[in-house]
Design a protein around this ligand. Structure first.
Ligand code: ING
Length: 309
């Protein structure tokens, strides 16, 4: 009995600020129905899939900021997506902005969930590596205020049992940090789901903008190979309110090869059969952690930055 599962990375084209959550959910339902019709059992949607990438704007009004967050999951706008998954008998990954009210304090996270074929949330991850900046930087052509609107995730890098194996989630900038993939790899993750919203223009070092697509795949191919895991990555792509986001959604094998890749910047399914048993050819050999790792030499990796001098 192989552990092969047909998976779709469901890339979304732009979700402009004029579009409602219902518009986004209806597009995701169309993608989910199409994927299910092709035999997919898991659909991976992007980071912050329900709204436009709002960290591109400087906002001060708490009310204005909170309009981009979900207090309930599922809530009225997202319930149809959960019902569709249950009707079709498929699982899905969804990225969204999560607001948690705790007494008189609120917590805001850039969150991803895994929902099973019964419509139950069986996994949650809150983005740990928040890129960008916390204060308004008017000289930028657009902001990247994730450090202003979200707090770092407080759930660590958990793994979950699903599809007969071990799965985990990362979000966008996390993919650039090998430690994030390795913590999942050390727990035995065989499938890593990942959504991203990545601007095509990198304002801090504009001359590196030409490398944004290369660095996207480089990071994920390395993470897949060095941990012997499948990576299924879904972009929110295209031009949102004048800001270009890259596509490049893809499915990467445990050997680090891109097996399938998006060809557009629109709503698009990227589908492949993912055999979780293929992970063993990496995990049991070149990256057999118990045989080859030398953690007694790695202390600096978790040392406080102050110790680096
Ligand atoms: N976006 C970007 C990402 O890490 C970024 C931020 C863009 C960092 C380009 C470095 C270079 O893909 C999010 N949402 O993390």
């Amino acid at each position: 009995m192989t552990r092969t599962i047909k998976i779709a990375a469901a890339q979304l084209g732009p979700v402009g600020s004029a579009q409602s959550r219902t518009d986004a959910v209806n597009r995701m339902i169309d993608l989910m129905e199409d994927a299910a019709a092709q035999g997919c059992k898991l659909i991976v949607f992007p980071e912050l899939a329900l709204t436009t990438f709002f960290p591109r704007w400087f906002m001060e009004s708490e009310a204005e900021i909170e309009q981009y967050f979900e207090e309930e999951m599922p809530g009225p706008d997202t319930q149809p997506l959960f019902e569709c998954a249950k009707r079709l008998g498929v699982s899905f990954h969804l990225g969204y902005a999560e607001l948690v009210r705790d007494g008189n304090s609120t917590h805001k996270f850039n969150t991803a969930i895994l929902v099973n074929e019964l419509g139950e949330i069986i996994g949650k991850y809150r983005k740990i590596h928040l890129p960008g900046h916390a204060e308004h930087e008017p000289e930028r052509p657009f902001q990247h205020l994730e450090k202003r609107y979200f707090q770092p995730g407080d759930l660590g890098f958990p793994t979950f049992t699903a599809f007969g194996g071990k799965v985990g989630m990362l979000i966008c900038n996390d993919r650039r940090w090998p430690e994030a993939f390795r913590v999942l790899g050390l727990q035995g993750a065989e499938l890593i789901m990942l959504g991203y919203n990545t601007p095509a223009y990198y304002a801090p070092v504009p001359e590196n903008s030409r490398l944004v697509d290369f660095h996207n795949h480089l990071s994920m191919q390395a993470g897949a190979y060095q941990n012997g895991a499948w990576v299924v990555a879904a972009a929110k792509a295209g031009t949102e309110d004048g800001c270009d986001l890259i596509g490049g959604s893809c499915i990467i094998t445990p050997t680090g090869e891109i097996l399938a890749e998006a060809q557009t910047l629109d709503d698009e399914l990227v589908i492949a059969d993912c055999d979780l048993d293929a992970c063993a050819k990496i995990k049991g050999h070149i990256f057999n952690f118990s045989a080859h790792r030398r953690p007694e030499n790695y202390a600096l990796i978790t040392a406080p930055m102050s110790r680096l001098g």
